[in-house]
Ligand binder design. Structure first.
Ligand SMILES: NC(=O)c1ccc[n+]([C@@H]2O[C@H](COP(=O)([O-])OP(=O)(O)OC[C@H]3O[C@@H](n4cnc5c(N)ncnc54)[C@H](OP(=O)(O)O)[C@@H]3O)[C@@H](O)[C@H]2O)c1
Length: 202
């Protein structure tokens, strides 16, 4: 069963995109190795929201995740041009079910932040690796949108200080306590203890 993972960069004040919705502020940090190679080796499938997908051409490249299956969550019609990439219009619960059934690697929810939070809110995000850059953006897209409901605890599994003041934090998200968890055995999953640390891996 595939784990569902997040691996996302944030400013120190918790923004994943600037006020214009861009990520140019991350450019100076591209030379920092955040352990992406080891992470992507775990991944067989990438998932992203339509806005993140639509930004790909502006990066001047084709599908940046060669050899990985892709799902783009959207309500809009049409089909992507890349082979192995599919627009997903059937809602998150069905997507989680589909991802859990995969046996060729884990699934990476690339973003944006709202999509990542939607997975987390449904108990369908197992691991979260955060790359925190020492920048205060002041405004922009928050990593975690405001939400209501009970506080949610995460388990810190790793912390690393990287070059240029970047910090990597690896968290495990324990199953939700309520019965609304998706794809990990539902309510029954709530009684399962967190899995043991997975070392340096995300
Ligand atoms: N810092 C980082 O590491 C990082 C990583 C990834 C992305 N980003 C940045 O984040 C920004 C984009 O994030 P975003 O949150 O604005 O947009 P997004 O999640 O990429 O895309 C939003 C769109 O995706 C679809 N969608 C997302 N969540 C959905 C859900 N739960 N159910 C159904 N459809 C859903 C909808 O498409 P439809 O409108 O077609 O229905 C929605 O309009 C970009 O600037 C990108 O560069 C940063």
């Amino acid at each position: 069963m595939a784990l569902i993972r997040g691996f996302i960069a944030s400013s120190l004040d918790g923004r994943v995109a600037d006020a214009a919705g861009g990520v140019e502020w991350l450019a100076p940090f591209r030379k920092v190795d955040p352990g992406y190679g080891a992470f992507i080796d775990l991944v067989g499938t990438v998932v992203m929201g339509r806005s993140t997908y639509d930004q790909i051409p502006s990066l001047g490249m084709g599908w940046p995740y060669a050899g990985k299956r892709g799902f783009v969550v959207t309500s809009r019609r049409g089909d992507p041009v890349q082979r192995g990439v599919r627009f997903w219009r059937e809602g998150l619960p069905a997507l989680v079910e589909r991802l859990r059934d995969l046996d060729d690697g884990d699934a990476w929810v690339v973003g944006g932040a709202g999509l990542l939070a939607a997975f987390a809110d449904q108990g369908a995000l197992d691991r979260l690796s955060l790359l925190i850059a020492p920048v205060l953006l002041g405004e922009g897209t928050p990593l975690f949108p405001e939400r209501s409901g009970a506080p949610r605890g995460l388990v810190l599994r790793g912390a690393a200080s990287l070059a240029m003041g970047v910090v990597r934090l690896d968290y495990e998200l324990p199953p939700l306590k309520s019965g609304r968890a998706l794809g990990r055995g539902g309510a029954g999953a709530a009684s399962r203890p967190p899995s043991p640390p997975d070392g340096a891996q995300a």
